[in-house]
Ligand binder design. Structure first.
Ligand SMILES: [Zn+2]
Length: 316
């Protein structure tokens, strides 16, 4: 007989999360780029904590957790947009049954996103080498990729067709773009917050004045890795000033030019959005690519689950 455990862990523990002041917690929307994350020194959360996080981060989807005798693992049912997907826990990979034998190809869904910007001048030689290895062609093309099946299920983005069914055309600071409609209202809130900040913060006002383009949905692979980009889900945004202010915006452009020390490029030589703009995004559940070892400073991605997880990591 099948043993069934439905975890309503939200009501049992994690008081820290209830007191967390993440604005997006009570909203009806949600979204992140795990592929770009190389900081894997994290302690994995428990399955109950992760289950709670998914329920909280994605209120428009339904999650159920139960034990599967046959597979001898917990299975997560995700129901969203009228479709139910079964994924197996696999130590945080959340894989469909047929992908379980390929588990070494994937990285965990939840990891420790930290709202800090490291100064490359502080990198040790070891860190420099680790980051260089992470960004190597070999690792980017043959190393493990982020497991995105749970996001395919949450956003019903299994195919280009299904992904495009859920798009909303909109503007962000006057620039046209398309995003997944579950994220549209969240982008609206970030837009309003930044407009408000621009009334008193000169740096934000200048950011708005010099904004060149915004991109959202784009069905494509990650530039140098065999997995689709979160732009394909309509939950990632690229924001660029006109002329990039003559700065560098993306690690890969420097690597392509043959700069082996691309990770050491000083922060002042990189284009950075104003900190208040980054904060406005993060407060609403977006992560910023500028914090990744393989930095992508124009890139934001909706991953409320990572910002909720970071609240737990902070207490560890
Ligand atoms: Zn991007």
């Amino acid at each position: 007989m099948k043993r069934v455990y439905i975890f309503f862990v939200a009501f049992l523990f994690c008081p820290i999360l209830f007191s967390a002041s993440l604005n997006f917690c009570d909203q009806k929307n949600s979204d992140v780029e795990v592929q770009e994350q190389s900081n894997l020194e994290f302690r994995q959360l428990s399955i109950n904590e992760e289950f709670y996080i998914f329920c909280k981060a994605y209120p428009f989807a339904e999650f159920e957790l139960e034990y599967d005798d046959e597979v001898d693992d917990m299975k997560l049912s995700v129901t969203s947009f009228g479709k139910t997907t079964i994924l197996y826990y696999c130590d945080g990979l959340y894989l469909p049954k047929e992908e379980i034998p390929n588990r070494d190809h994937y990285l965990p869904v939840i990891h420790n996103y930290q709202r800090v910007l490291r100064d490359p001048a502080d990198f040790t030689e070891e860190e420099k080498q680790r980051i260089r290895n992470y960004g190597s062609d070999e690792n980017r093309q043959n190393g493990p990729v982020s497991s995105k099946f749970i996001f395919d299920a949450i956003y019903d983005c299994w195919t280009r067709h299904s992904s495009e069914t859920h798009l909303r055309n909109m503007t962000l600071w006057g620039k046209p773009l398309s995003v997944n409609r579950m994220v549209g209202e969240i982008v609206d809130r970030v837009e309003a917050k930044v407009y408000e900040l621009g009334e008193t913060d000169a740096e934000v006002a200048e950011f708005l004045r010099t904004l060149g383009r915004c991109w959202g949905y784009n069905w494509r692979q990650i530039r140098d890795a065999p997995t689709k980009s979160f732009h394909s889900y309509g939950i990632a945004l690229d924001i660029l000033p006109r002329g990039w202010e003559n700065k560098i915006v993306y690690w890969g452009y420097e690597k392509q030019k043959g700069n082996k020390d691309w990770m050491m490029i000083p922060l002042e030589d990189r284009w950075l959005p104003p900190p208040a703009v980054v904060e406005a995004f993060e407060d609403e559940g977006f992560i910023w690519g500028g914090r990744w070892d393989i930095w992508d400073n124009m890139h934001f991605e909706y991953h409320p689950e990572l910002l909720l997880a970071s609240k737990i990591y902070e207490t560890m």
